[in-house]
Design a protein around this ligand. Sequence first.
Ligand SMILES: [Zn+2]
Length: 1787
Amino acid sequence: MNISVDALNLNFLSLSLYANNVRQQLISSQYDSSTYRFTIKPVMFLKPNITYRLEFNYTGLINDYRDGGLFYTRWRDNYFGYTNHYIVATFFAIGYGARSTFPCFDDPSFKANFSVTLISPTAFKALGNMPLESENEIDNGYSIRTFKTTLKMSTYLIAFATGDLVNKTATAKDGTQISFWAWNADLGIDEVGLSGPWMNRLNVSLDTSVKCFEVLSDYMAFKFPLPKLDHLALPQFSYGGMENWGLITYDYNFVLFKDGEDHAADKLLSIQIMCHEMAHQWFGDLVTNEWWSEIMLHESLADYFEMTSIGIMYPNQSEFMDSYFVATRQEHALQVDSGYYNNTLTGGKIHPLILKPDGSFDDITYEKGGALLRMLSGTFGPTLFQEALRNYLVKYQFGNADHFQFFEEFTQVAQKYKNITDFCGNPLDVNQLMDAWVNVPHFPQIDVDLTNDGRAFVPSQEPFLPIWYLPQGYNYSWMIPTYVLEYQKGRSFKWIPPNNFSCPNLAKHTDIQTFDPYMLYNDGAPTYARVHYEEGAHNKIRQLLRQDNGTISINTKIRLIADEWAFIDRDMVLLGLPPKLHRGMQILESILNSSFSVHTTTFMAAQSVFDTIFELSRDRHEYELYLKFLIPILENFYQKVGWNGTNDDFNTNMLRERVLYYAVRFDILDSRAMAMQYWKNLSVWCAMHFDYNCNILNPNIRRAVYCGAMWDDNGSVFELLREFLEIAEGGYYTSREITSIVSGLACAQNHTVINWILDDLYSLSNNSTRYNLYNSFSYFYNNLNASEVMADYIIKNPQKVLDGLNCYIGLPCVMEPFLDGMTGLWYTDRRKDQYNQIYNQLYPNMDIYDKAYFQTYYNVLLSANLRGQYVYPDMTRWMYDNYVPIGKSPWTVKINQIIVPYNYNLTVKPYFPSSYKYGIGKNFTFDAIVNISATILQQDTIILNSHRHMIHRIQVTANRSIINIPIAAVYRDNENAFLTIKLAQPIPQNTNINIIIEYTGFIKDSPGEGEYINFDYLEVNKKKSWIFATDFEGGPSARSLAPCLDEPVYKAIWSVTVQYPMDMVALSNGLEERTISLGGGLAQTIFKDTPKMSSYLLAITIGDYAALRGLTNSGQIVRIWTWTGMQNNAVVALKAAIDTINFLTNYTGITLPLDKIDVMCLPQYEGDAMYAMENWGLIIAGYKECLWSPDYRTTYHYTDTYWTIAHETTHQWFGDLVTLEWWNYIFLNEAFATYWPLVVMNATYPDQADYANFQRFYDAETGFVLDQDIDTTVPIVVNETRLGHGYDLFGNLNYYKASSILHMLHTTINNTNFQKSLQNYLLAHEQGNAKDFELWQKFDEVMLNSTSVYDWNSMPLNVTKYMTPWFYQETFPIIKVVTTSDGLSYSFQQTPFIQSGLPNDQSSLWPIQLWFETEFYERRDFTWLASQSTLPRAFPRGWRVVNPKREAYVRVWYDDLSWAPIQTQLQSNWSVFDPITRAQFIIDTYTFANQQFISWSRFLNLIKYAGNAPELATWQILSDIMDELGTTSWLAIFKFQPEYAKLQTFLLQILSTNKDKLFIQTGNWAKDMSSHYITGLSCYLGSNDCLNQASSLFNQFISNCQNSAYGTGKCNKVPPDHRVVQYCFGLRQNPNSVTAVWNLIQWFTDNSPLTDYFNDAEALLVALACLNDDTQVEQYLMDAVNYRLSAEFFSFSAQYDMSGNRLFNFLQKNLQIVVNSEHFNEIVNNLAFGWSTDEQLNKLQNFDWQGITLTSNQANAWNKMIDGVNGTRNWLKKNQPAISTWFNMNI
Ligand SMILES: [Zn+2]
């Protein structure tokens, strides 16, 4: 049998083997240089359990410290001739190992006792694992020292050292002697009488190491087995520290610390390292790993304890230490475990923690291992975790162990205390738990995603990186222990089992419902995983964070920040997905603005993000936006940390060091002034005491003070700092101070000073002895001014900077750090160009190394540029969305004419999902270039509007681009969307200039204003495709598409070019002039120049379109566009557009200057696709106002579609050709566009005059609704200052009141005058603008020459005077017809409808042209009721009706005497009065009765007769008042009142004369629409005729349609007008057909997402609500709660609920479900439909919530509902008695 001994680099002189002290003969002894083994073959046969002795006589080497083994290190003495002093020490864990010092069994499991003797100079100290046993001086000044024999230990832990050392010693409370040693240096400058300045530094190190030792010793409950523990700081050492048993060795940089000179962060680091090495005294030294693959038993544990033990040392900082662990160790481990850092030892590969065969001393072992132990501690709780560790130490002391044995101790504890169970409920097997964590590389991502039905969030797991990035052969699935914080449930432990795992009692994870306010996974960050939230869940967390009251831990916040940014990095860098930077910014914004988040670790987590975004935006025109994000956060932090404080709190001191530096850089609050103050104090002090120690500043604030002082420095600060730098350069322990000084210098902004600094750094670096100061050049990387100076410097001083060869061969060099500093902010194309120019200029001076370095940096620039392209748009969009108004209606701050544009040449290329492929950062953005031709009025300034743009390049040229005008500065005003370009020199006024701007803009990803996206469902294949469109009259406005002068007065020609996917259609204002293919799936269309027009009328749309076409009488093309497949529904729109153009061309005498008029009907638009915009030549409308299908759309929809398209077409003249001058004249657009469609309709549909007349009448009613209420009335023309302050620019008054007044004017002056005036107006202002008085002026001119109309003074009518009060006053007049006291005449009085609260300047008088109709004479006449308010008249016989057909915008009040003959006439023959006049009687009477001005009996008597009329005007008004569906209608108000039966009888009486109007369709719009009202009301009130018809029509429908594969449109013979009634009352009487109805609803849901267009789906839903079976309806209500039926069902079920208790009962029965449901408010809003009784009120007020708390939003809805009931009760209190009396007498 042979003996093999490890040996390396040893020179053997002799070798002996002894058995029983007898030397044995050897056959051979051979050294194998491949295994470093000495193999000895003895003659004798070696037997087990016998002790043999091997004796070697050899020599060996003392190595360089980097090689380990026995090594030398040295320091240089600066005061005694610069001599070198040597220390010899050992380091056996790495490098050559113990075998290079003595032959041994160099394997951790071969533990033994060691006796070491050392011979070294007597003047030297000698240290070993054990204390000295003996020491004897021998000759030559040498001594022989023998250390006590060690305990059983591994070879790699053997240590000894000798040198000229000094120490400080203390005794720990368990008696262990603890010493801190360093070399005996720098004797000359001892400042406190000890031997050398180091001695001061030993104090803190010794104190803290003793403290940490005691903490560890207590924790382990295992006394340190050696009598002493030495710490030795060496001048050079390969690692931070080495845990040799009893003699720990360190690199001095990490452990020698001095308060007052070093940063708190350095102190913390030094304590960490000491604690780490001391933890090894137990974990590693006492119990050693079996083999190096089990290294986690050393390093993971030491890593865990290096921070935890500090938390125990300083209990008030334990929370900070835990957060510090999460922010540094855990996060760094996750990054390393994602392959982000190059692990040199493993070739950068991700690997399992247990790495076969030999383990790895890398961050996976240390940091991941530490993080996993922390997770285990989180799972067990601190006490049981500690118990398992203690058991482990006892069991394996002086021996070895592996991880199975280690984890087994935890299993034992889990079994002992049964409460620690796995997800199957069994006692936890920790080897099973940890198996994947230590044997599988990488880590899990917990996904919190929506379930398929969208109702809950469930967690699942997958590896963070996609599987194809990970090493093969592993099952990437983990047993994940974690904590979840849930709303109202608090924090609880949860398992996420491995994938595909099942067990009999698998604890089901309770789903978290989507309506729960939040759920936070990995709360407190115990779990080694990242958590990814679906957007909805993430949003809830952000909301929670915004209401932060300190309940969310710092750890959780760190993880939320770090995880989100890790996903962003991964998606972008690895997966090439569009980065969701906005989510990262959102999470930062929601966390860091809270004072509870001010913490070193949160700042650390965010800091790299701040820096990244800063780098990306600093050199761009959007930098201000970044400041809007950053500054509030920095203010929050700055205010909390302040400058002062001397305590030993790591968190505050470290935070101060970081935050203050940012604060001064970003000029936060008083930070610069504070920095200057500190600097002044320092410079005054140092002027008096200039020496090494004159710096009195707290080290933690120095960087900030230096930076703040340098900012505006002109040289004096620089002078002193440079002296500090020289001193620091000469010191030993000053690298941090150098960093602070250089960071400060790098803040200089003054170009001259920066030049001085560059020169100085260069010369200092050249003379530097200790530090490489050249690196200082790189500190300028975030100083934009400096980058310009450096660009200049390198060209002027190439000999100083170009030293590429030095960089190449690894010598200190300038070039690399210099280029680093110069280009740190260079991300743009412009900088790429600048860099290349520098390269070209320097080229002749460069050698190949210089060129190589320049090229390298160019590549850095390229990748920075690319990164910018990826992420800059998303982050900029987010900042625009959050910190800048999205839009204003209107933008109120005007540009005062500085330039006048005459042409815009605009090219736009939008990016949205389509067949065209583009870069990942571009989605929903557009690239564009605009060339603005303009005349300059102010000589050196250009102001444009620009909004939400990323501006890449601005160029200004003069005189047809011949002269380039340099730009001095560019400013953005985001609040008003101004872009100001300051020119470097003034240029002559009236010069023609061109402004060329390249930029990128944003597209909203859903329908809205500005540039937005729309998606449709192609009817043919249900394919979803995308549409791009614009809408600029409000919101972001045209300034968001192109920099322009975005006010209506700046009319210009627009030359538009669009680049778009080839398979789509692009439209703009002008006709397509030329389309070409650009290749790559891209087409380009150039559109014909527009006429001169306002920017808000610009429009572009792109999509998969088809059109219906026609021609106008004058030959213009009209096209109605819609998404392919829908164009057959465009017939009505086409007719409306052509009719309107033909009519207005003829009427105005002006042919539009357009080749074509397009109407684009979009599938989606703001406000439920019911909106339209009159862009010149390209109207864009929501399809509901634009498409009409006879199969599904009602008569009302027909008229509405026709009207809307006619309205927008009218705008082509009124608004587009002649445009309002400013937005307070919006009526110049809207009043005309509302006025003309009814005129056009009258002209083109003469047989539908009833409808047009009705609509004119009803327009005024629409105006009155707002004009009667003090809260909503407003003049049509408001003072400019009211714009943008809650004034509704597009309010109904500007449309309907204003058009009613135009109608009044038209009646007054007759059509000829009206036409002539408007023609003159249009001609005078065509392609220009107008104000109101310019319009009226044209009327005045015409009226002067007209002899037909005179005013109240018998003068030609002055229209300006006539109109002004109507347009400038609030509310409207009532005409009171009052019988004079003699009874012989009436007086006519006008009074404002609103009596009090009107503005003082309102004169309250309107010129009113009053028309009359009388019974016997003066059949129709008028008089003026203007300056005077009464007008006596001879008493007529019979009735006299004032304002018949409502020509004037007034209501009329008759006293009883004047009313009586009218009532008499109605009773005898109502048809004497025209329908409008009768409807007016009803609504005026109703209005005044409601105000108690008229008795209810007059109203009821009136409708008893007038109601008999079948016309639309009457039934629209009656329906408005009585209506079965309105919450304030009589049928609701009286629903639970005793009068209800009589009201029902009364209404049925009125209806009884209209039986022939049920379910009819005649083609007469007015008749069909009134039939709709009559039919609905009849069936609702239980008319048998109606119900019978409904039943039979419904049964026909079921038999025809129940099997239809094409919906219900054609198979149902009942016209769409009546289908709601047909379905509702049909199903109510035939409930057996409910399944058929249900199936048809499902057909619509499955086949047509446009269910509300094909409105049968909605009508069928009403049918379900009409069922009488409460149980069944309750089921449907539950379906609606669960999203299986549309939420409209809640209101339907209330409206058609005969009992009135359905929703209330539903709430009571399902209280918890409803309260948790998103539909709570909707249910509550409808719950008390018609409720009014005491009992009902009582039920609501005393509702038993069973202990459930409502959110404030829910409570508001509940209270608002009760307010509604009280409102009804108040109305009844006032009005019910009179109504009741009338009913009792008449019914
Ligand atoms: Zn309009």
